[in-house]
Design a protein around this ligand. Structure first.
Ligand code: DAH
Length: 340
């Protein structure tokens, strides 16, 4: 190779040796091999030579190019290997490190009981109907045989809104909406939030109820108790029994209060059932003729029963929860106890 070309090769080798990383090497490489680099200038010179001299000089440049390329490749390999091991070092993954555990949520006890109740009654052919939480006075009271001056209105402290609207105090309002829509046979289950101005260890201004309504020919109180027995067995255990006590609700006649045998003591009497062996769980009764009439259902042809229970109350009894506030505080230590 011509002396001056050998000098270029040496110069290139020195530059490459100084390259600290592959980026610097690339820059150095283009300074020699690139179009605008040293070789570019030699090719330009080649074109300017007399024709006879060109092949020899051309061969020389090509040799120089090959020699430079060889050196680049050698250094390139070294740099790549070094960079790769530095990167592997830096991005090392400790496969023995314990994984970050993702905590799994659990269903809220109120949701659990609601789902359980829906399961029980859907199994008996009930369809779920959810009415509105903001109701008219008519659906929440009047149509349920509780006109404005009726003393039974005092049983429930109502949040009244403007224009004859209110926050429903009971899911019973859904009974009317259902019966207005549909003639018997009706088998409706209506879960939902209800609101009352009431606040202590067992009452909360917002709570959930589950309403049931059956209307058909020849429906009797025995049908009610048969279905509630099944409900009690599923929710409180297979040896549970129910008992009906006379009570009063404006929308049922006769009305009953339903007790379930105490699941904590099996009926012998304990602190939960206050020594009686029975726990009151819901209100029920035969749908009042007037209510059927209000919905254009003929009370001489059809009869029905209805029941309504507080879902929080059932959850508190079932799981032994002593303060309703625990159900709305959302303390994970409390909620995480409810697992399958
Ligand atoms: N609505 C009643 C309450 O909130 C519960 C109730 C009682 C519902 C008797 C009914 C029923 O459907 O027949 O206290």
């Amino acid at each position: 190779m011509d002396k001056s070309l050998e000098e270029i090769l040496q110069e290139a080798a020195d530059k490459f040796a100084l390259a600290a990383d592959s980026h610097a090497l690339y820059e150095a490489k283009t300074a020699f091999l690139g179009k605008m680099g040293r070789l570019g200038a030699l090719y330009k010179k080649l074109r300017e030579l007399p024709e006879a001299e060109r092949p020899a000089f051309g061969a020389q440049i090509n040799e120089l190019r090959r020699a430079i390329e060889e050196r680049v490749v050698a250094i390139e390999e070294k740099l790549h290997a070094r960079e790769m091991s530095a990167r592997l070092e830096k991005e090392q993954v400790d496969v023995t490190m314990p994984g970050r555990r993702r905590r799994q949520g659990t269903l809220h006890p109120v949701t659990r009981v609601k789902n359980l109740l829906i399961d029980v009654f859907a199994g008996m052919g009930f369809e779920v109907f959810e009415g509105p939480e903001i109701e008219t006075d008519y659906y929440n009271f009047t149509a349920l045989n509780t006109p404005a001056d009726h003393p039974a209105r005092d049983m429930q402290d109502t949040f009244y809104l403007a224009d004859g609207l209110l926050l429903r105090t009971q899911t019973s309002a859904g009974q009317i909406r259902m019966m207005e829509k549909k003639q018997p046979p009706i088998k409706m289950l209506s879960p939902g939030r209800v609101f009352r101005s009431d606040d202590d260890a067992t009452h909360s201004p917002m709570f959930h109820q589950m309403e049931g309504l059956v209307v058909d020919k020849n429906i009797t109180l025995c049908d009610l108790q048969g279905m509630l027995d099944e409900f009690a067995r599923v929710v409180f255990g297979k040896n549970s029994k129910t008992r009906l006590r006379p009570s009063y609700f404006p929308f049922t006649e006769p009305s009953v209060e339903v007790d379930v045998s105490c699941h904590a003591c099996g009926g012998k009497g304990c602190s939960l059932c206050k020594g009686t062996g029975w726990i009151e769980v819901l209100g029920a009764g035969m749908v009042n003729r007037r209510v059927l009439e209000n919905c254009n259902i003929d009370p001489d042809v059809y009869s029905g029963f209805a029941f309504g229970m507080g879902i929080e109350r059932i959850a508190m009894l079932k799981y032994g929860i002593n303060n309703i506030k625990l159900l709305t505080e959302n303390d994970v230590r409390f909620l995480s106890q409810f697992k399958d």
